[in-house]
Design a protein around this ligand. Structure first.
Ligand code: IMP
Length: 190
């Protein structure tokens, strides 16, 4: 088994990553909570690289990190890397986004997920971004998922992320696509 430290202290995130990477080959471990890394990058990729690199170097181990969020065209890419900090709760964040977008007709948006893998010396061994294009719905719909899922509408499926089954969301989402793309690279690296 190959060991990878996940640059998060959130067990839910580790479980989700384990599902994407498959059971068996990778032993994922949470980073220690006292090792805190500030997300100071101004792109998703910069933040993923920063987190993977710091964790790898501090623990002298291979590490993986992801960073994700929502970019809304009519708001110039906002909330972007501030997606998690755009409000106190999921419903605050959704309300704020709908308020700022108002009755704007151009509602194109995309979810982005960046993943980085760092070697034990902190250098980046692989990096990738996955995207899911969609639109911001006029009002929340559906009750699955988390975050901005109820207002992220995917025209090709005529569903919001929150109306999709977890399996369908995994197959079309920015995170699903990014993990699928990084797996072959990961297999070659370690
Ligand atoms: P992070 O990658 O854990 O920093 O997440 C950034 C933020 O982006 C989350 O807190 C959510 O608000 C939002 N986000 C990222 N991916 C998704 C998704 O798949 N659905 C809904 N919101 C998401």
């Amino acid at each position: 088994m190959k060991r990878l430290i996940v640059a998060t202290s959130n067990p839910g995130k580790l479980k989700e990553m384990q599902e994407y990477l498959g059971e068996g080959e990778w032993e994922l471990q949470l980073k220690p909570p006292e090792l805190e890394i500030e997300e100071t990058g101004d792109t998703f990729l910069a933040n993923a690289c920063l987190k993977a690199s710091e964790v790898a170097r501090s623990l002298s181990s291979w590490a993986i990190a992801d960073d994700s969020g929502l970019e809304v065209d009519a708001l110039g890419g906002i909330p972007g890397v501030y997606s998690a900090r755009y409000g106190q709760t999921d419903s605050d964040r959704i309300e704020r986004l709908l308020r700022e977008l108002g009755d704007e007709k151009q509602r194109q948006a995309r979810f982005v997920c960046a993943i980085a893998i760092a070697r034990p010396d902190g250098t980046i061994a692989a990096q990738i971004e996955g995207y899911c294009p969609g639109e911001i719905a006029d009002a929340p719909r559906g009750s699955n998922g988390f975050g901005y899922d109820p207002i992220f509408y995917v025209p090709s499926h005529r569903l919001t992320f929150a109306e999709m089954s977890p399996e369908l969301k995994r197959s079309v989402s920015h995170r699903g696509l990014a993990f699928k793309a990084i797996l072959p690279q990961l297999d070659k690296l370690m």
